[in-house]
Design a protein around this ligand. Structure first.
Ligand SMILES: Cc1ncc(COP(=O)(O)O)c(C=O)c1O
Length: 461
């Protein structure tokens, strides 16, 4: 099977909602390789030294997430330039990955739009200065007030279901002039990681529904059409994205000739993976883009369907590797295994506990020591899966040591929750000049209890 098994597992989990708990996460999958990856392996360097971090923690106590502006924006420049051959290419940053308006504003400064899936994300886009067709609204099971807000902002609306054509028309009084539909390719017969799994997923239109849907929208006065899909998650094999593009380009050809409509854009979704594990390599974004270009020339230009804008809505690839969860060792414990307990927990980073996902851990100031200890690195939730790592080889740790968990820049802070009354912690930005800015403070107990009325409780029997 081509491709990274870890990515396949995550694809499977995303589209099915099933969870996956490897028995021993740090050993499992360690030897998997992907022939289409770059030869360079993951960059394990940190943007800060131990001394710099110690200084920062005097002002901003641990735990916190910190994002590195320079490397994030440099990566975005490389990403955008890889697709510069396509006039109209746009990245709509998947707000769910890192819903912080400071980050969104920085990314928007480079020309990215915002991919929003809820009213909260629409409001964040608005507050960070993004409006109109720079917003793509891809929701599902959508309430009317969310469509109202998307319409008010002039967002491109990407419908998840054929019944929502009429629903949106009722909500807005008429359909917007531009509309996009999300395609779920379902059980296509070749069967691979992309097309073998969507059948289980709740998202999108079937192929037949697309034909009926565009026809209905056309009759209702829609003038500009888009086609969207999202069939991969954390995928490190660039060929999957070329296959996705091929699938959508072919469909654009069929829909255009059968219905006589002209497509303005295709949105290939997000899902470009990042190397979480040291032995994994970053995806070759230029090879990914060149492969899509070949398909574009063959299926769009040669068929007289150009120009067609290509949109993407990556989150993880844009911000994931540039975020770090900085924590301190609170306690050590020895029973049947060796544990180090941090001052952060699953409320700060859910991926390891929820998916069995690997996040690399560095111990600043102890880089020169041998990683000759084996620890489970835990939080303090009353849940045994509240572990950042299982059987991880690390240097000898002591209470008070700083620990840095890598790749928390996407689906990290944003997936946090308040179980056990745990608070979600601060987010900092390491600016290009090396200064630090607090871009979200830590929650307080007052925040946590803000929805409770304790005054009424006093007289309550
Ligand atoms: C519709 C949609 N678009 C984009 C994304 C972003 O995915 P990623 O951060 O893996 O690129 C997601 C992730 O859940 C998604 O559901």
């Amino acid at each position: 099977m081509a491709g990274s098994a870890l990515a396949l597992v995550e694809t499977f989990m995303q589209v099915t909602g099933r969870t996956f708990k490897p028995v021993n996460r740090d050993i499992q999958l360690a030897t998997m390789t992907n022939p289409t990856m770059n030869s360079n392996t993951k960059d394990l360097s940190l943007p800060f030294t131990a001394a710099e971090l110690e200084m920062v923690t005097q002002k901003y106590p641990t735990p916190f997430h910190v994002y590195d502006e320079k490397s994030m924006l440099d990566n975005l420049d490389r990403f955008l330039s890889a697709f510069s051959w396509n006039e109209g290419f746009r990245e709509f940053f998947a707000v769910k990955a890192l819903p912080n308006p400071y980050i969104m504003k920085l990314l928007a400064g480079k020309g990215t739009g915002a991919d929003c899936s809820s009213i909260a994300e629409l409001l964040l886009a608005e507050r960070s200065g993004t409006r109109g067709e720079m917003i793509m609204f891809t929701s599902n099971n959508t309430p009317d007030y969310e469509y109202k807000k998307a319409l008010e902002l002039g967002a491109i609306i990407n419908l998840d279901d054929i019944s929502h054509i009429e629903y949106l028309e009722q909500v807005g009084g008429h359909l917007p002039t531009t509309i996009s539909f999300r395609y779920n390719p379902g059980p296509l017969k070749e069967g691979n990681a992309i097309i073998g799994v969507p059948e289980e997923a709740k998202y999108g239109f079937t192929r037949e529904q697309l034909f009926a849907g565009y026809q209905a929208a056309q009759k209702k006065g829609v003038k500009t059409f888009g086609l969207h899909t999202m069939v991969a998650s954390n995928e490190l094999n660039y060929e999957y994205f070329i296959e996705t593009a091929e699938m959508l380009f072919r469909l654009v050809g069929e829909l255009s000739s059968e219905l006589g409509i002209k497509f303005d854009f295709v949105n290939l979704g997000g899902g470009i993976g990042i190397p979480y594990r040291p032995e994994q390599s970053p995806i070759d974004i230029n090879a990914l883009s060149s492969g899509i270009r070949l398909m574009y020339d063959k299926l769009i230009v040669a068929e007289g369907l150009a120009p067609l804008k290509i949109f993407m809505e990556c989150g993880r690839y844009i911000t994931g590797p540039y975020g770090y969860l900085v924590s301190r060792v609170l306690h050590k414990k020895q029973i049947y295994k060796n544990y180090v307990g941090l001052d952060s927990c699953m409320a700060d980073l859910m991926r390891p506990g929820m998916y069995g996902a690997y996040h690399h851990i560095s111990v600043p100031g102890k880089e020169h020591l041998p990683a000759d200890q084996t620890y489970d690195v835990t939080g303090s939730l009353c849940e045994n899966n509240d572990k950042f790592a299982v059987d991880r080889h690390l240097p000898l740790l002591q209470a008070g040591d700083l620990v840095v968990i890598h790749d928390t820049g996407a689906h990290g802070h944003s997936m946090g929750f308040n179980y056990n009354g745990k608070l979600r912690h601060a987010e900092l930005l390491r600016r290009t000049d090396g200064s630090y800015k607090l871009i979200r403070r830590s929650e307080t107990m007052d925040d946590l209890f803000a929805t409770l009325n304790f005054t009424e409780l006093e007289g309550f029997k």
